[in-house]
Design a protein around this ligand. Structure first.
Ligand code: NAP
Length: 461
């Protein structure tokens, strides 16, 4: 068949229900897995291989031919071959002219080559239309059908029609294409499978570091100090008491750290008198991982709730309660209800419950399935206004809990403050500065700056 006519024919939109033939170069793990999936979805598949004989592993309905012959049978050719072998495609340039070449390759290291594999392929074969796709899906997931975690397929390419054709195949395979734009995006798409929770790294390390610090801090004050000076062995505190002190402290500090970068950003913008200068890198990175910080904070808050709910079941607590009752019986005296204490404990619980409720609401609205269904204003209302309210309630919860003994000298073992006092530093600082920022004399210029006003405009009209 005439090469050019076959190209034009295959690129024309398919008006019948019959699927167009797809060619796959390479009969390796990925080529075979994708071929199986395509045949199940109704695509005739032809393989281009160095050894065009059918093996047991190749889907039985597929044809296996030499590369040039196979390429002539389809308008779309999936290159299921490692980048280092791409040079073998150069002699096939004429056969591949006008065809859509799908680059599915990955690298072993981030930014392994100066240009992406897809751009390299496009440079080798300038007459073809290169589209990047499928690299984020694994051969195993395709074959086993366990695509729940990775249904999304990033697609990019310079030719809109070619990209559409590939996205149609992606959809037909039951996957979700996500258009990432031109071929320039290929580098980012190729780096994607090599990244391990990139946005979670800083929040995770920070949380681990702070958790370890507060755990050992409590261990020193609540277990070691008590053992040395009071001869009490409270080592079992390690199981529930200490985690139930560390978790709320972590939840509160991390929630405050979600709002702290916004405060820094406002101060920087006020100081510079413009929003058109970039924030320092550390602040940019911090702002980008606020959602992750918030979700980790929510996890700590949830653990605190569970630890608190099991409190009545603890042997230590029932021993302490019965000790109090026996002491009253022995003294033949019933302690009257302390109204102030009752108020404090009920208010502390109520503040905690309300704070946790808002915390959960913030967590739910940060889920993409929910945030995609609210507009920007609604999202900001929940994340900013209700977020600050959650921070106020949680800070008040801690203040009411520890307020009465924060100033007592017995709370300062080894002259060190209790961790509840430490936990209040960042949230109180955030709330105080935020309070100052909402004063009209500060809020007005800040709003103007955020709307584009500049104190010393660089380009005057
Ligand atoms: P593979 O099992 O090593 O297979 C690659 C195929 O390339 C071979 O079976 C061979 O097919 C062909 N080939 C090897 N050397 C060649 C050469 N010198 N010249 C021409 N063809 C050659 O690799 P794979 O796991 O299928 O991966 C293929 C591509 O898909 C890679 O770029 C990889 O990054 C990407 N990918 C893989 C996965 C995965 O889960 N495996 C996931 C996403 C993306 P013939 O013998 O038929 O010629």
């Amino acid at each position: 068949m005439n090469k050019n006519s076959s190209n034009i024919m295959a690129l024309a939109p398919n008006t019948s229900n019959k699927r167009e033939t797809v060619c796959i170069f390479g009969t390796g793990d990925f080529g075979r897995a994708l071929g199986h999936k395509m045949i199940h979805s109704g695509y005739p598949v032809v393989y281009g291989s160095r050894s065009p004989q059918i093996s047991n592993l190749i889907p039985k309905d597929a044809e296996v031919l030499g590369h040039a012959e196979a390429a002539q049978k389809a308008a779309i050719i999936i290159i299921a071959i490692q980048r280092q072998h791409y040079n073998f495609l150069i002699p096939l340039a004429e056969v591949l002219r006008g065809k859509v070449l799908v680059d599915i390759s990955n690298n072993l290291k981030l930014n392994q080559y100066p240009e992406s594999n897809a751009e390299h392929l496009a440079q080798l074969l300038p007459g073809s239309k290169v589209v990047k796709a499928f690299n984020t899906v694994s051969a195993w997931a395709l074959q086993s059908g366990t695509l729940d975690a990775s249904r999304q397929v990033f697609v990019c390419g310079d030719d809109v029609e070619a990209k559409q054709m590939v996205m149609n195949i992606v959809r037909a395979l039951g996957l979700t294409p996500l258009d990432k734009g031109s071929l320039l995006a290929a580098q980012e798409i190729e780096n994607y499978p090599l990244q391990l929770f990139p946005m979670w790294k800083f929040p995770m390390f920070l949380s681990l570091g702070l958790t370890a610090f507060f755990f050992f801090y409590c261990l020193a004050l609540d277990v070691i100090y008590t053992y040395i000076y009071e001869k009490n062995n409270f080592s079992f505190f390690i199981a529930i008491t200490i985690p139930n002190r560390v978790c709320p402290v972590m939840a509160l500090i991390l929630l405050a750290l979600v709002y702290l970068p916004g405060i820094f950003a406002a101060i920087i913008q006020l100081y510079r008198g413009t929003k058109y200068r970039r924030f320092p890198d550390w602040l940019d990175k911090w702002m980008l991982c606020r959602k992750q910080l918030g979700l980790i904070a929510l996890a700590f808050a949830s653990l605190h709730v569970v630890f608190t709910l099991v409190t009545p079941m603890r042997a230590f607590v029932s021993w302490r309660t019965s000790k109090g009752i026996i002491a009253q019986a022995l003294n033949n005296k019933t302690e009257p209800l302390n109204n102030t204490n009752a108020w404090l404990s009920d208010s502390y619980l109520a503040l905690g419950i309300l704070g946790y409720f808002l915390f959960v609401l913030l967590g739910i609205t940060s889920l993409p399935s929910v945030s995609n269904n609210v507009n920007w204003r609604e999202f900001r209302f929940v994340q900013s206004k209700l977020g600050y309210l959650a921070l106020i309630l949680c800070t008040a919860h801690t203040l009411v809990y520890g307020g009465k003994w924060f100033l007592s000298p017995s709370a300062y073992k080894w002259y060190l403050p209790n961790i509840y006092i430490l936990s209040l530093i960042v949230p109180c600082a955030v709330l105080v500065v935020k309070f100052v920022l909402i004063f009209p004399c500060v809020d007005k210029p800040l709003t103007q700056i955020r709307q584009g006003w500049e104190r010393n405009p660089k380009y005057s009209e």
